[in-house]
Each structure stands twice: as C-alpha cells, then as structure tokens.
Design a protein around this ligand. Structure first.
Ligand SMILES: Cc1ncc(COP(=O)(O)O)c(C=O)c1O
Length: 387
C-alpha cells in the first residue's frame, strides 16, 4: 500500500477524456495539462504538438463562448479576457509599437483614454482624440505613422454615434486597423464586420452576462488582423476565468429576450423624459431628436437600455442628491447592462460639439423591472428637485 500522502495526490483523478454528454461545456480548473507520453512532450518542445499543453488555453468553456461570439459576429476569431478593459488594453498593445500614432474618438470610455494616455505613452505611442462626428474627415487626421483608430459608438455616457462605414473605409485605404468598442449594441444590434471594421471589442460584463456578477471581455477580429492579435494574446497568457466564460455563454442564450425588454423599456422612459417639463435633453440615438439618429437607423438593428439626460438650466446648479438618493428602484452604481436599473450622474468635462460643457449628465441603465414602476420612481425623484 502506498503512503497516504501519495494516495491523496492521486486519489479521485477523473480521466479528462471520460466523455459525459452534457448540453453545457464542462468547467476545467488547470495550470498543468498532462501529456499522454514523453513523445508528445518532445513534440511540444519542438512546437509541433497540436493538443492543449498548458494553462487554461483551449479549455472547453472558454472555447465554447469564443466560438459562439465568432458565430454571432461573423468574425474570424475571438478571445475572451478577464474584463472589458483588459480586452481593450490588449488590442491597443497588439497593434501598436514605439513611434506609432493612434486615433481615438473622443467619446470613449474613460479608462480607454487613461490607458492610452498614461500607459501606451510610456512605450512611445501617441494617442490623438478625434471629434466623434468626424466621419470620412478622419482622413485629415491620418499621419504616416498612424496604425490604429478606435471607435465607441454610441459613446457610453454621451451616446454620440459615429459614421462607422465611412471611418472604416478611410482606415482600410490607409492601412490603419479599425477597432470598435461594441458593448452598447451587443453583437445582436450591430455587426461591425459587415460595416468594414477590423476588430470588435465587448465588455461582456454588461448585457451578455447581464447579472452584474461577472467581469469579462472579448475581442474578435477579421482574418487579416487575427494573427497579430493571437500572438500578442499568447505572450500574455491572458486566459479568462472558465466559470465566467461559462456564465457568459449562459447569458448569450437569453440575450435576445433580455435585450428586447431593456430596449423597449428604455425607449419608453426616454420618450417620457423628453416630454417632462424639468428635462432639457435626452441623449438616446433611437430618438428622432438625436443628432445622429439617421446614422443609428442606417447601421443598427436595435437600441439597448443605456442612455442619458440633462435637466433644464434652473435645475442645473442645485444639489441633485434628493433626486438620486430619493430613487427607490435605481441603484447608484457604475457599469450597466444588468437586470437592475442604475443611475449615475456628473458634470460633463470634455469639450465636444454637443454643447454639454459644464452640464450635469444623468446616465440611466434601464433594467428588467416593470417600466411603469420605473417611470413612477423617476417621476417622484424628479419632483424632489422641483422649485
Ligand atoms: C463602453 C465600455 N467599454 C468597456 C468597459 C470596461 O468593461 P469592464 O468593466 O468589463 O472592464 C466599460 C465599463 O463600464 C464600458 O462602459
């Protein structure tokens, strides 16, 4: 009989090849993956082994989620990441090198800007910000050393829509990789590859998982840009947690139904706010009043549950605490796309063409609650500010 320590190390080992035909993929936890033979390990040393050799690379749940995203987006390949911002950072690193110039639409998610300004700059990459309505005019910003252009449409606070096909065309003509953060629309409401974009990023944290309990990101590319991306990914061993990939795959199953509910409720609330006597403007691309509504109608097949609004001048320079704290159904919190409705607010800082400088923008993420309950809650909250 072997010693208890030896027996404990080897007890209960499940043969990985033991096949149980569940509908959902199995979950693996791994660092070491065993070879069948010394010959296989020699093949791996020589770079000729085709199986899974190490870490979480190629595990079932991640593979299944990535394959589902490839199918939904019509991409060549997809990789999952520990978070949306990890996915964004990897894209920005994969396609840049010292001395490069990159263009970023100025409505991007704050940490995307932060990563470019504070981190990429250390490696000699210069980021320049474009007005989000530049359209084909982005050609004027392209330099000899421009390698990448980053869009976020709509912007996740201010909801500007970019002319995606026009920008992608200029990128293609100039050998610049075009990238979009497609989190707001999800793969269901916008297909960037059909519009000529090269790389699509999602914060899977939002609608795809939908339950505010997971951080996950994804990057999909077309065939041309896959090799460069995959080799950068492999260097970083940036494998996503398998349990989170599993949950993201589960989220995809119900995404159309949840997203439709977010869409319908958000539109109803946006329309109601637009006619509210204390509201100055509602920033929602599916409203006809939105400055790029026509672009949204042309390129998107739906709208999700995130939008913003501002209050009339007389309600600007007052304490908004009674409104926000007085809401019963809206949590005050960052991130979005989950089942619970959320609100955030703050002074608009960046200068852009909308004239929102210095205004307080309230951002709503409309969840899955009953829309009449949500309207009633917002209504009673706003009354707390009435003069
Ligand atoms: C548009 C957008 N992209 C990316 C991210 C980052 O996602 P994550 O929280 O998964 O890192 C966010 C997060 O709020 C976002 O709003």
């Amino acid at each position: 009989m072997q010693d208890i320590s030896t027996r404990l190390v080897n007890a209960g080992k499940v043969e990985a090849r033991e096949f149980i035909n569940t509908i959902n993929p199995p979950l693996h936890r791994a660092s070491t993956v065993l070879f069948d033979s010394y010959a296989d390990q020699q093949k791996c040393n020589a770079g000729e082994y085709e199986g899974i050799a190490y870490g979480l690379c190629g595990m079932a749940a991640q593979n299944a989620f990535e394959a589902a995203m490839v199918e939904l987006e019509g991409a060549h390949g997809c990789k999952a990441f520990q978070s949306g911002i990890a996915a964004i950072a990897m894209v920005l690193m994969a396609y840049t090198k010292q001395g490069d110039h990159i263009l970023i639409c100025d409505n991007v998610y704050g940490p995307t800007r932060y990563f470019s300004d504070k981190f990429l700059s250390k490696y000699g990459v210069e980021a320049e910000y474009l007005p989000s309505d530049a359209g084909a005019g982005v050609a004027d910003y392209i330099r000899e050393n421009t390698t990448l252009l980053f869009m976020e449409s709509p912007g996740s606070n201010t909801l500007e829509i970019q002319d995606i096909p026009a920008i992608a065309k200029v990128c293609r003509e100039n050998g610049v990789v075009s990238v979009i953060d497609n989190t707001w629309a999800t793969p269901l409401y916008l297909n960037p590859f059909e519009l000529g974009v090269d790389v699509s990023i999602h914060s899977v944290t939002k609608y795809i998982t939908g339950h505010s309990d997971i951080l996950l990101g994804s990057v999909s590319t077309n065939e041309k840009y896959w090799g460069t991306f995959e080799s950068c990914y492999n260097v970083f061993e940036a494998y996503a947690p398998q349990e989170d990939c599993y949950q993201a795959l589960r989220g995809l199953r119900s995404l159309p139904f949840r997203l439709k509910r977010h869409e319908v409720s958000a539109l109803e609330i946006a329309n109601w706010l637009e006619s509210h006597d204390m509201v100055e403007s509602v920033l929602h691309p599916a409203l006809e009043s939105h400055p790029q509504h026509d672009l949204w109608k042309r390129d998107f097949t739906g709208s999700s549950g995130l939008f913003s609004f501002t209050l009339k001048e007389e309600y600007e320079d007052i304490d908004h605490g009674p409104f926000v704290d007085g809401l019963e159904l809206f949590g005050i919190g960052y991130s979005w796309g989950g089942f619970k409705s959320l609100i955030t607010g703050g002074k608009f800082k960046r200068t852009n063409h909308y004239g929102y400088e210095g205004k307080t923008i309230f951002r709503l993420s409309i969840g899955l609650e009953d829309v009449e309950d949500l309207k009633a809650d917002l209504g009673q909250g706003l009354e707390k500010l009435r003069k």
